[in-house]
Design a protein around this ligand. Sequence first.
Ligand code: CTP
Length: 411
Amino acid sequence: MNELAGKHIVLGLTGGIACYKAAELCRALIKADATVQVVMTAAAEQFITAVTLQALSNRPVYDSQWDSREPNNMPHINLSREADAILIAPCSADFMAKLLHGRADDLLSLMCLARPLEKVPLLIAPAMNREMWSHPATQRNLIQLQADGATVFGVGHGDQACGETGDGRMLEAQELLEEVVAFFQPKILLGQHVLITAGPTYEAIDPVRGITNRSSGKMGFALARAAREAGAEVTLVAGPVSLAEPRGVRRFDVRSALEMAQAVEGAVPAATVFIATAAVADWRPALAADKKMKKDGSGRVPELSFVENPDILAGVAKSPRARSRQLYCVGFAAESHDLLTNAQEKLLRKDVPLLVANIGPETFGRDDNALLLVDAHGTQDLGRDSKINLARKLIAEIASRLKAGEPKNEN
Ligand code: CTP
């Protein structure tokens, strides 16, 4: 994916065992089509060599403010002027303290101080022992660095190289890549709270069997990621799927349609946008057996009777919040045929301002999709694309509708 195409990142490494993850991060940034200039402190070079980072970034590494390769002998000026962002990963406790005080006794700190504040954002991925992380001095520095305009990506929790367990691990390379990509996305949903349902539901027949469908949840998870990238608070209610939630998203796992309806009901009062991507089972067995149903050898098959599940989307669309336009509802239609006719019928039946139609069997489990937007005024084809790109397009569309206060589509 070329999610960082055209971006030039200065990747700064400071002293810490997490330097080994910085090598993978460098590679991940390059794979996302960024160009990467690595700058290392002397302490970082105790943990990983400049040779590794040069090979991965395909550029000589800088580590000294006295580097005579630069004609003007000012690498701190030159390197910071061409960057779209400076990312310090790992950022040690010592380096955070240094940044805070505006100290500039090596190339990396000098460059951070010399960068044009409004043009070159500073992104920080802290990495340290849990005691160092929770120390009041570090927490104080963290708050002040944010107040000074830096973006601090938080830390992971788990086993640390020192043998202790707790907060302070640097985020993994893929998590940091996701954060950097998110950082560059326009914050068009700031202040909004997006509630999303995703995946299939599972309706139990007995303790070992049930009825479900082929939805993988990928479209809903991509929308959760895109909404969070756009600056929204995001709540994701997920049926049984094997997907990791995007960073910064609050997730509730549910199994049945009834559980999904309950979780949605609890989240609706805080939401301003509701996107129902889940493939909710229309019916559930009227009675789930509490013991496994057994063959009795007679060849007779069990008779199952069903009851209808609540229509979660239609219910939310009728709520006072949706009626008073405090909650913008978006439905999905997974069809196998007659896409437009079915979608238009569903738009009316669910009484939502916007419906997103797709051909279910052609997209379930895949990383791409083709979406058709349908509203009372017409249709808009978002075309075929990766689910994350389509999710970003749909989020942009929802943001512009929220801004305009009215649905659009003139064709
Ligand atoms: N939906 C819902 N609760 C249900 C059924 C559907 O919230 N019990 C939502 C889906 O999340 C989707 C939209 O309604 O946003 C349409 O779902 P879909 O399965 O395509 O349609 P159905 O309403 O189930 O109608 P049909 O099965 O007749 O196509």
